[in-house]
Design a protein around this ligand. Structure first.
Ligand SMILES: Nc1nc2c(ncn2[C@@H]2O[C@H](COP(=O)(O)OP(=O)(O)O)[C@@H](O)[C@H]2O)c(=O)[nH]1
Ligand SMILES: [Mg+2]
Ligand SMILES: [Zn+2]
Length: 289
């Protein structure tokens, strides 16, 4: 597996060894020909060095940062510094769902939150079926539980700047020393432009990507009818609506609206849904103008 990409060179993990590899000339010189996370076939050229001959089919592809075969996103948020915006959180969840990744929710900085705040967030989001972990990356509490969700999988961390993603990685990965706070923002920007990605190995198994996934939260390419599919609490209900193509907006006999009124779907989630739907409908209207 490619665990690190630099300009035209790659570190490939083969069992417990790391080989420094170039690629065969037949590969196009683009940032996506060989990506971090790729499973590859390598020919050994000399001790510690090799050539990448083939890239095996990818299970998933993220473009910013460019990384293949990611299984899941840890969506990190906090109650203070910065205060979570449920709209932004829901938007991120939709983007992660659309990318086909599993979601782990991580409420960080619990030392800055009241028990009531933690519980009301847990009530909304654990109810959707997402694993919900709360932790304090500063003192390490909750990290073991988070780690148990990362075993054997490739994970990216997503979430607003300042929520503690780099601090979490430093807790999760032995020897990791990612820059945190202000320093990191400049450093992260630099890394995005060079498009270098490193997959950090977790103990006992699994990898976490060292740059945040999902920096652009655009809904542009979505179809209005697809949106409800990315809200797990609406996914199954849609079949009970009177109309097959119900958008759960103004239509009569809508099972989703009934669930909101009955308190089985959180009002904030439905409000997010309606707001994203209008945004997508605006894009679609402009597309055909
Ligand atoms: N109080 C508190 N501060 C934290 C916690 N986790 C991270 N921080 C601080 O939050 C700031 C931003 O963290 P950082 O990891 O750089 O966030 P990132 O932008 O998401 O990578 C740093 O000053 C961290 O020390 C936490 O659990 N509690
Ligand atoms: Mg950071
Ligand atoms: Zn409906």
């Amino acid at each position: 597996m490619v665990v690190k990409s630099y300009s035209n060179m790659y570190d490939v993990q083969v069992e417990d060894d790391i080989l420094t590899c170039r690629v065969r000339g037949k590969f196009k010189k683009t940032s996506t020909a060989v990506m971090g996370g790729d499973q590859v076939e390598v020919t050994l050229t000399e001790p510690g060095r090799g050539v990448i001959e083939e890239v095996l089919p990818r299970r998933s592809v993220l473009t910013r940062p460019p990384v293949a075969n990611v299984d899941q996103a840890v969506v990190v948020f906090s109650c203070r510094q910065p205060a979570v915006s449920l709209r932004t959180l829901d938007r991120l969840l939709v983007c992660v769902e659309e990318a086909g990744l599993d979601v782990i929710l991580c409420l960080n900085k619990v030392d800055l939150a009241s028990r009531e705040e933690v519980e009301s967030l847990r009530r909304i989001y654990a109810g959707l079926g997402y694993p919900f972990v709360h932790c304090n990356a500063s003192d390490g509490s909750g990290i073991d539980e988070l780690k148990s969700h990362l075993e054997g999988r490739i994970s990216v961390l997503a979430g607003e700047s300042g929520v503690g993603k780099s601090t979490l990685i430093n807790q999760l990965v032995r020897g990791a020393n990612l820059a945190t706070r202000e320093v990191s923002r400049r450093a992260e920007r630099g890394r995005h432009t060079t498009r270098n990605v490193e997959l950090l190995r977790l103990d006992p198994s699994g990898y976490v990507v060292d740059t945040p996934g999902f920096s652009y939260l655009e809904l542009k390419m979505m179809e209005p009818g697809d949106l409800a599919y990315y809200f797990p609490e609406m996914r199954e209900l849609s079949v009970e609506c009177r109309f097959d193509d119900c958008l759960h907006q103004q239509e009569p006999d809508c099972a989703v609206k009934a669930a909101v009124e009955g308190g089985r779907i959180a009002q904030s989630r439905y409000d997010s849904y309606l707001s994203f739907l209008e945004e997508i409908q605006d894009y679609v209207r402009n597309r055909y103008r």
